[in-house]
Ligand binder design. Structure first.
Ligand SMILES: NC(=O)c1ccc[n+]([C@@H]2O[C@H](COP(=O)([O-])OP(=O)(O)OC[C@H]3O[C@@H](n4cnc5c(N)ncnc54)[C@H](OP(=O)(O)O)[C@@H]3O)[C@@H](O)[C@H]2O)c1
Length: 317
């Protein structure tokens, strides 16, 4: 484990500091671990391992070498409050992608095998045969072909689905038809029975699931949102369901989380809400990736999955 003795500041309202301290102890013989209430020597802190920026900010850590997000994205942070010039990385690891793939397959099969309709029929004591179709007859269009979207695309392809995917730059994925540009996105959704979003939230992707895009959908498309809540214009979804453009939606993320009890998505017969459970990072499964980035930061190397704040979030560093 070498001579590195990183000083790590941890801040998260949703992750356990005890679990992370124990996980880091499997990677480093000697390290300092502190949380907001007990930072003895802020100048000595090397690494901020955080979900959000703490209320008191990060400025007092004047020798900070890296900010490591506890999430696959960094949009949950107030980016304007990040210290300039400190590299920031998001958390990418295979067990997160695997849980996302499982979720995507479950949600896609529920629509493909019409379980969402059978659930409704069951509640109304209705026995009505809907003939099954083959996976090859169902087209799934995926927004985002990154670490997670790519794995979802390949997994669905292995199941025999007709898979299409959209990204910013051209991609080659075996058996997957790929698109770029806004025109490409329109073409893709127009060919899809199921549209699945797994984009990161940026200025360019905010509100991408809106009336304009729904207008390009085939009638009766099913929507799965595994990205972020504000990718979706929620009122536009209700309108698209009422018009029949969208048949049903599975939403793992919403613009306000937890979704308030009075929200019209609750009890909507065509919407399934899951409480942001699609992908999960547990300390013990993610710690090797975090430790690799701590080691890189300690010797001044570029971080794995370092985020380009200027390109992706319009924040100059
Ligand atoms: N619900 C959950 O529990 C959960 C858990 C984890 C992650 N997520 C969500 O999943 C997202 C994706 O994670 P990831 O690790 O796969 O991210 P990633 O590796 O950064 O991949 C992002 C993909 O989106 C594409 N993209 C980004 N901006 C675009 C734009 N303006 N137009 C077209 N395509 C664009 C990228 O295209 P290029 O490759 O061409 O750049 C890339 O293919 C996260 O940011 C988060 O929102 C949700």
């Amino acid at each position: 484990m070498g001579d590195l003795k990183p000083s790590i500041f941890f801040h998260s309202a949703i992750d356990s500091p005890d679990e992370w301290r124990a996980a880091l102890a499997t990677q480093f013989d000697d390290f300092t671990f502190s949380v907001s209430s007990g930072v003895g020597n802020p100048e000595s802190v090397d690494i901020a391992l955080i979900w959000t920026v703490p209320e008191e900010g990060l400025e007092r850590f004047i020798n900070l070498r890296a900010i490591l997000s506890l999430g696959a994205g960094i949009d949950q942070m107030n980016l304007g409050r990040l210290p300039k010039q400190v590299p920031i990385a998001r958390l990418v690891h295979s067990s997160l992608a695997r849980t996302m793939v499982d979720y995507a397959k479950t949600a896609v099969y529920r629509y493909h095998r019409r379980f969402h309709l059978f659930e409704r029929q069951s509640r109304n004591c209705r026995w009505a045969f809907i003939p099954p179709t083959l996976t090859a007859d169902t087209s799934v269009g995926i927004l985002g072909l990154g670490e997670i979207g790519r794995e979802i695309a390949l997994a669905l392809r292995r199941e025999g689905f007709d898979v299409r995917g959209w990204s910013r730059t051209p991609k080659q994925l075996e058996g997957v038809i790929t698109y770029t540009s806004r025109d490409g996105l329109k073409t893709m959704v127009g060919c899809s029975n199921i549209v699945l979003n797994v984009l990161p939230l940026t200025d360019e992707t905010r509100h991408i699931l809106s009336r304009d895009l729904f207008a390009q959908f085939r009638d009766g498309t099913c929507l799965i949102n595994m990205g972020r809540g504000t990718h979706l214009v929620e009122a536009d979804l209700l309108e698209a369901i009422a018009s029949g453009k969208v048949e049903a939606a599975t939403l793992d993320v919403t613009s306000v989380e937890p979704l308030p009890p009075t929200h019209p998505f609750w009890n909507h017969g065509s919407i399934l809400i899951t409480p942001h459970v699609a992908g999960a990072s547990r300390a013990m499964t993610a710690v090797a990736t975090i430790a690799a980035n701590i080691r890189r930061a300690m010797v001044g190397e570029r971080l794995l999955h370092q985020v380009d704040l200027d390109r992706d979030h319009g924040v100059s560093q």
